[in-house]
Ligand binder design. Structure first.
Ligand code: ARG
Length: 588
């Protein structure tokens, strides 16, 4: 089902056509001056320019055609040639009835469903999860849900960072610490122990220490590089140890993701593509597309019309280790073979844009991805602290995801107490609500920004029950749920028809806009458009609630109509919050 503005666009577009003007100029949008009109069309100006006519005269001609239509209660020309439109209450009411009767609330399925691979998460094995990974997870999950709802077949892949130098750093550190372990005994031919010799806490401690040691000492770094190379080359003991790291890290990631309510279809990583690396590189060599440069094996990806420097993609380092770009190239190749996607979308920090540009070009040159397959890097900005610098712990370290969530939950508990919410509940339920509030706060604070902008992580602000926050939206959604429950207890049912008095109209009109917000978010991979919609909906509902009698309305038909508005609002809020990965509790 189209939004109301889209339906009007059809009508006005046809009127433009009837006047011999391009129909696409008849686009109607919700007016930004609701005091003047509900909708407006600005196309007469452009049409007049093309036809070399006076814009008001063009608008007048269009209006004359529109006069015969029964959808409008007001058609006016304003200023230099704006066409201002109001619809009749009957038309608006009929549209609302169709929204209410639609399980999808007016949100259409795409006409062309595609297989789409979404690459997000990107956690690094043996390195702690940090806030950049949080952004990737939250935004990626929202884009996934939006695309799925549109009817695409999405495949999410966590693409672990499990093949880089950090693996060699940790392996070599363990070898220094425990040379007696069987993993380091070249002569060891039996089965390695099933139990991991390290825990996630060990890894969290070892990596930063070892990484520091490598930075300070050339010889130490060489050991790490040699271990990385040996691992990639198939060293049996290193592989076994590596598998332990993967297993303990994956278990830890899964635990964190469960608190965020996020899951993945594929749990692959850089290493998954390793078997394809050699055949791809051999092929590139055979085609003379890969060559040696300073001992490394590289492929050129620059084009003649580049206006910025485009360095070659390094396939093998001079020491023989494969690079981040090599595994990404091989992963594209594998994904094409296995899933034949129409698109692969990477939801990764925008500071990696050069990397993706190189990889995408390499994928075209090597033939890993044909030209009709879209490769897209949807980057995001940095999450900063309230001091404007990249977010850190108080001690200046990397904030672990777990700690960040606990911080949110603690704050949410205090906020609930302050607002006297959920205080009459049992401890377990109250804790569950505090968790939901915290997750809503963290996710909404991230998603409400245009994805490419940097944003400030301000735990006080994002957990507030006032303003454009997740908790405010949850609160409004819960309030409507409880109102609808009360209505049901009193035997009042939402009606199927609408009576629209002035105080009902702002909310009623807004409820026709969901498809526009959804389509915008889908087209541009911009969940913030849905955040805006949810916030507008919640505030419009708040004004409606303050201005209108609902349960106390004596007129039965009007009461039923208002309950129906409440119900659509609640369903839309829950739908939109769900797309953002935010669950709404029954009460609060
Ligand atoms: N592991 C990388 C990082 O932490 C992100 C991986 C993104 N995905 C990809 N296919 N390169 O920066």
């Amino acid at each position: 089902m189209a939004s109301l503005a889209n339906k009007l666009t059809e009508i006005v577009g046809a009127a433009f056509e009837a006047c011999g003007l391009p129909p696409e100029l008849g686009r109607v949008a919700v007016s930004d001056r609701q005091d003047l009109a509900q909708f407006q069309c600005n196309g007469a100006m452009a049409a007049a320019k093309q036809a070399k006519k006076n814009p008001r005269e063009v608008a007048q001609a269009v209006i004359e055609v529109l006069q015969s239509r029964k959808e409008f209660s007001k058609i006016e020309i304003a200023g230099p040639g704006f066409i201002n439109l109001n619809v009749t209450d009957e038309y608006l009411a009929a549209h609302l009835a169709s929204v209410a009767g639609d399980a999808r609330l007016g949100v259409d399925r795409t006409a062309k469903a595609e297989t789409v691979i979404l690459d997000y998460g990107g956690y690094n094995i043996a390195k702690p999860l940090h806030v950049g990974h949080l952004r990737s997870t939250i935004i990626g999950d929202a884009i996934n849900k939006i695309m799925k709802t549109a009817g695409h077949k999405t495949i999410s892949d966590v693409h672990f960072g499990d093949w880089g130098t950090q693996m060699g750093i940790v392996i070599s550190e363990l070898e220094i610490m425990h040379p007696e372990w069987p993993y380091f005994d070249e002569a060891f031919a039996k089965e390695y122990p099933k139990e991991s010799p390290v825990t996630i806490a060990d890894l969290d401690r070892i990596y930063p220490e070892a990484s520091k040691a490598c930075k300070e000492n050339e010889v130490r770094l060489e050991k790490a590089k040699a271990a990385t190379r040996a691992l990639q080359g198939g060293h049996r003991g290193y592989r076994a140890l590596w598998q332990h790291f993967v297993d303990v890290s994956v278990a830890d990631v899964k635990k964190n993701l469960a608190t965020l309510n996020v899951d993945f279809d594929l749990w692959d990583g850089e290493a998954s593509a390793n078997p394809s690396v050699k055949p791809i590189v051999d092929d590139l060599k055979a085609k003379k597309l890969a060559f040696e440069s300073d001992g490394a094996l590289v492929m050129a990806v620059a084009k003649n019309d580049d206006n910025k420097e485009m360095p070659p993609l390094i396939l093998y380092k001079s020491d023989g280790a494969v690079m981040y770009g090599t595994t990404d190239l091989a992963t594209i190749f594998d994904r094409m073979q296995k899933y034949k996607p129409a698109k692969i979308i990477y939801i990764v920090d925008q500071r990696q844009s050069l990397h993706f540009e190189q990889v995408f070009r390499a994928a075209r040159i090597s033939g890993a991805a044909p030209n009709d397959v879209e490769l897209l890097h949807t980057g995001f900005g940095t999450m900063n602290g309230t001091d404007g610098k990249p977010f850190k712990t108080r001690a200046g370290g990397v904030m672990k995801l777990e700690d960040l969530i606990s911080m949110g939950v603690e704050k949410a508990r205090a906020r609930l107490a302050e607002a006297d919410l959920a205080q009459d509940m049992g401890a377990a339920e109250r804790e569950d609500i505090a968790h939901k509030v915290a997750i809503a706060a963290i996710k909404f604070a991230d998603l409400q920004n245009n994805r490419t902008a940097d944003y400030v992580f301000d735990i006080d602000r994002m957990t507030s029950f006032e303003g454009k926050t997740g908790p405010y939206l949850l609160y409004q959604a819960v309030r409507i749920k409880s109102l609808l429950r009360k209505a049901a207890e009193q035997g009042f049912k939402p009606g199927k028809t609408f009576i629209l008095q002035d105080a009902d109209k702002t909310l009623a009109l807004l409820l026709t806009e969901l498809p526009d917000a959804f389509d915008g978010a889908l087209r541009n991979y911009t969940p913030h458009l849905l955040c805006d919609y949810a916030y507008r909906l919640a505030t419009a509902f708040s004004s409606f609630y303050a201005a209108c009698h609902i349960l106390s309305e004596a007129d039965e038909a009007l009461r039923a109509s208002r309950l129906a508005l409440c119900e659509i609002t609640q369903r839309q809020l829950e739908l939109v919050l769900g797309l953002l990965g935010i669950g709404v509790p029954e009460r609060m």
